[in-house]
Design a protein around this ligand. Structure first.
Ligand SMILES: O=C(O)CCC(=O)c1ccccc1C(=O)O
Ligand SMILES: [Mg+2]
Length: 372
């Protein structure tokens, strides 16, 4: 006997396709109105990155095209709500109404914690003039040595004119940072800045008093309930902005204005769909603090768009993204992962609805005063 549920019979469903009807039935507030497809993708990383070897997420299709929702699995629902808001915004509104003050966005090559030889190859192939090197990720005692070796190799490959920045992802306490940073600065032949050397803003403030290397804040902005504290602290020189955790291009743009500091737009290991949103944010910002961290498509083994947002000579063009049916089919998730996202996305929709209701009742509780 045919029932409602028969439409979700896996034999009738396209691989990776979520049951939007079931998601809408749980959602009284109409958050998914205008979304006509939701497809789960899974892609291997070419290099292990911060302990991750695979990325997966959902692509939502709406009136403006595709948007990406891919919070890491260790993110809670409250944080993931911002990623959903970003994906919905991109699928429903795209870049409409945003300023575009540049046609091309300079990007850095991102160097994971790989061997010096592998780092050289990444730099050489990228033809970028700026490298962002991950440091302090390995827990073994050789970590500092290999960071020093890798930075030397990157400088050698970039030449004296190239710029090198490092990202410690909050690995150090201020004392360790103050000891290690001069060594890394020397090995790199000068650092443009260090991204999130310590986890807490108070530690960045303490560090700023004892080192001259400029400091960029990433986690202190995207994971904070008070990201504007970064600007008030006076200890941070560069704001790292990521579209998905900040709840979308418009919200990130408004936050950049409130911060009033030079910014670098970075990816969250997105497909070209997420990268295209980052590129549009970077194209809208009046003051970039150098190359953006959007040259990450090569860290993914596959993509959903043709052509990909692959940097050419260290830059990405500002243009719409075209998702390929064939590529989407080739990265579509199996039934198990699709079911997990079906459940998770339902919870994230509820979390976003709850947060928006709360912000409507009490506008003062919106993060940075900008509604999600
Ligand atoms: O900024 C870049 O060059 C790449 C993006 C990046 O490093 C990143 C990607 C996923 C999750 C966290 C981070 C990070 O900046 O810490
Ligand atoms: Mg970072």
């Amino acid at each position: 006997m045919p029932t409602e549920n028969a439409s979700f019979d896996s034999s009738l469903r396209i691989r990776g396709e979520l049951d939007l009807r079931a998601l809408r039935a749980q959602d009284s507030s109409g958050l998914l109105t205008g979304i006509d497809r939701a497809v789960v993708w899974t892609i291997k990383l070419t290099t292990r990155f911060r302990g991750i070897t695979r990325r997966d997420g959902v692509l939502l299709h709406g009136g403006a095209g595709w948007g990406e929702v891919a919070p890491f699995w260790n993110y809670g629902l409250e944080d993931s709500a911002a990623w959903l808001a970003a994906g919905l915004e991109w699928a429903l509104a795209g870049a409409t109404g945003l300023p575009q003050i540049r046609h091309s966005v300079p990007v850095n090559v991102t160097i994971p914690e790989v061997s010096s030889e592998a780092a050289r190859t990444l730099v050489r192939r990228s033809r970028a003039d700026t490298a962002k090197v991950k440091v302090a990720g390995a827990s073994d005692s050789d970590s500092l040595d290999s960071d020093i070796q890798r930075l030397g190799a990157v400088r050698d490959e970039l030449g004296p004119e190239g710029r090198i920045r490092i990202d410690a992802n909050g690995a150090w306490d201020p004392r360790t940072a103050a000891t290690v940073l001069p060594l890394l600065d020397k090995a790199a032949g000068g650092l443009q800045y260090v991204e999130q050397p310590c986890p807490d803003l108070a530690d960045l403030v303490a560090l700023r008093r004892v080192i001259d290397i400029p400091i960029a804040a990433d986690e202190s902005i995207r994971l904070s309930t008070d990201p504007l504290a970064v600007a008030r602290s006076g200890a941070v020189d560069v704001a790292i902005l990521k579209v998905a955790p900040l709840g979308g291009v418009r919200r990130a743009y408004t936050l950049a204005q409130s911060l009033g500091m030079p910014a670098v737009v970075s990816s969250a290991l997105d497909t070209s769909v997420g990268l295209s949103a980052g590129v549009s944010l970077a194209a809208a910002l009046p003051e970039l603090a150098g190359a953006c961290g959007l040259g990450t498509i090569r860290l993914l083994d596959r993509d959903v768009a043709a052509p990909s947002f692959t940097p050419v000579s260290g830059a990405l063009p500002v243009r719409p993204v075209h998702v390929s049916r064939r590529l989407l089919a080739s990265v579509a998730a199996d039934d198990d992962l699709t079911s997990r996202w079906q459940v998770r996305l339902g919870h994230i929709v509820s979390a976003l609805r709850t947060r928006r209701e709360r912000e409507r009742r009490d506008p003062g509780c919106a993060i940075a005063g900008i509604p999600l």
